[in-house]
Design a protein around this ligand. Sequence first.
Ligand code: AHM
Ligand code: MG
Length: 321
Amino acid sequence: MNTLNDFLGRQPAAPELKSVITAVASACTGISRVVSAGAIAGNLGSAGHINVQAEEQKKLDVITNDMLSDMMRSCAPVAGFASEELETVETTGRTGGFLVTFDPLDGSSNIDVNVSVGTIFSILPAPAGRVPAEADFLLPGRNQVAAGYAIYGPQTMLVLTLRDGVYGFTLSAKDEWLLTHERLSIPKDTKEFAINMSNQRHWAEPIQRYVDGCLKGKTGERGKDFNMRWIASMVADVHRVLMRGGIFMYPWDKREPDRPGKLRLMYEGNPMALLVEQAGGQATDAYAPILDVKPEKLHQRVAVVLGSANEVELVRSLSNS
Ligand code: AHM
Ligand code: MG
């Protein structure tokens, strides 16, 4: 079976980009071990403080952020990085190469109940000839040169795009990433939707209408029954969409009207949108492609509606009408 190294060897990408991907994958191998050690290593539970997102940090949020940050500091082509868990960007003093943004442990509310979590990453070009500033990270997602995630589930997998299709690698018992899934493709139609239904009363009217159609099933205008899934781990929900189709939504809602959504553009929205588009799906903020959003702030939020193209298109047309 081909390894990640074999796969990267065949890609036309710059060797520096391949080293960044190898470094991220290596950090994810280590993260997989600390996540699976759980209570044995005393890794579960709260870290006892609140992060820059105003959310309670788990011990594993801190541990995994440190692991990825250390890896980025020692990876020569990385000029700077930004994490969902860190207030500001960190520069390495090097110039050129790449910027990396990451959510070190997405879905961390699930850690203590042993449900799948993941690491999400996005790789952007760094400016040439100078140490990057925070503003250099604020590029629309279309500028990503690569993106992906690791999922720590029944299997640990790395799902990756270098802008030419989406590939899945499974971590072997010998800590090798083996190519197990080639050119993932999201079917255009689906009968499966994922949304946190407990927020229903807060949604905008077009989202209410769309989900109402799914709930009415055969008896409503959609004329078919739908199934619902919500793991509360974006990585796990998006992984299901990439494997068998579906629509995943975390829309804007009325609870905090000035906040575009819950999920973060730079660490969650953009990398997942690139993967989904590369697999033939669509990824929007309900109105327009996420990859075209011009970031204004590092920790900016975004509404997310992604997955099977015909369903995402239906939400977009309801929202724009
Ligand atoms: P996190 O990065 O702090 O883990 O938050 C993001 C997570 C996503 O993985 C998931 O889709 C969402 O938050 C779940 O939110 P909710 O608990 O409102 O259902
Ligand atoms: Mg997250």
